[in-house]
Design a protein around this ligand. Structure first.
Ligand SMILES: [Zn+2]
Length: 333
């Protein structure tokens, strides 16, 4: 009888210690605070009530919203949107949706237009100034620089020059209105080099390099953040939860690309960077197409972010979840 009791105590101690170990098993803590989704999209086919309902169910306070001006994958009925749509959404649900001046625009398809802005691009730049002057937009984006195709069509694979007259003019506008620019640029070495020049020459512009700094490897992210205090990263779509999402290696991986986590555990080299630069990162879901805007897809991305945030120091987690976005986008508390 004594032996049995002794064993039982031992078993209970072992079970408790396993459950109390950080990051182990079902008892692993999750981050429970509110989240600002710093990278989200809208198009004409999105259902607004669904958007609000998934936010509420997942304790997401606000979304930075960027109109997707491209049509959906061919054959789909996923209609594009525009800045007026983003404004209407933001008006209907005050304080929940914070629009940026959208840059997923068909006018910007074709790298020659970035080198020699044509009438349509000039009009877009003028329109951007007019929109920002209203004070109703919190920034500019998502600017699609280097993008891997995940569908067919002319807006799928993009290879636009980051150091170009278009980007220089857009940067001047961002500086003048003191708003950040969100950009999508896979971390191809030549692009990173050119981006360095843009960052150096525009120290007053806050650049948000989406998707974990273009899914760059840890040493590249560390070097870029060290050298450029005006550079920020969002971790949007970097949750490795299966199916589509940059965090799974989709739509493709090159030698210079990296993921941030596996099975809900942040890679150590990435966690070190997060703790070294706690004021530079934000999170986001990046649901760009209407069929993906549902509780299953949105909810599991946010849930995974909550698991990842719990592996950071509490103040770092709170900064990533909300505080950094509030500061960088100058959002009212
Ligand atoms: Zn993107």
């Amino acid at each position: 009888m004594r032996t049995y009791k002794g064993n039982l105590v031992q078993v209970i101690v072992v079970i408790l210690s396993v459950f109390l170990m950080p990051g182990v098993g079902a008892a692993a803590e999750i981050y429970k605070g509110p989240i600002l989704d710093a990278h989200s999209h809208v198009g004409e086919s999105f259902d607004w009530e669904t958007m609000v309902s998934v936010m509420d169910r997942n304790n997401v306070s606000r979304q930075i919203i960027m109109a997707r001006g491209y049509p959906g994958p061919s054959g789909s009925k996923d209609l594009p949107g525009n800045d007026d749509l983003a404004l209407k959404l933001s008006d209907k649900y005050p304080g929940r949706f914070l629009p940026l001046v959208g840059m997923q625009r068909t006018e910007l398809t074709g790298e020659h237009k970035w080198r020699n802005p044509d009438a349509a691009v000039n009009a877009l730049l003028k329109e951007t100034e007019v929109s920002l002057a209203t004070g109703r937009f919190r920034g500019i984006g998502e600017v699609i620089v280097r993008h891997y195709a995940y569908s067919s069509g002319k807006h799928a694979e993009m290879e636009n020059p980051i150091y170009s007259p278009f980007m220089l003019r857009l940067s001047q506008i961002a500086a003048r209105f003191d708003v950040p620019i969100v950009l999508h640029m896979e971390g191809e070495p030549g692009f990173v080099k050119d981006f360095t020049r843009l960052l150096q020459e525009n120290p007053r512009v806050r650049y948000i390099w989406a998707h974990s700094c273009g899914r760059s490897k840890a040493p590249v992210i560390r070097t870029m953040l060290t050298n450029h205090s005006n550079l920020f990263c969002d971790l949007s779509s970097m949750t490795n939860v299966g199916e589509t999402g940059y965090g799974t290696g989709w739509p493709r991986m090159e030698a210079y690309n990296a993921l941030i986590e596996q099975n809900g555990v942040i890679f150590p080299e990435m966690r070190e960077i997060y703790e070294a630069f706690p004021d530079r990162f934000m999170i986001g879901t990046d649901v760009a197409h209407a069929p993906g805007m549902n509780q299953k897809n949105y909810g599991r991305r946010i849930q995974r972010f909550r698991e990842l945030l719990a592996q950071l120091k509490p103040q770092t987690a709170a900064a990533f979840a909300e505080d950094n976005a509030i500061r960088i986008f100058k959002v009212d508390r």
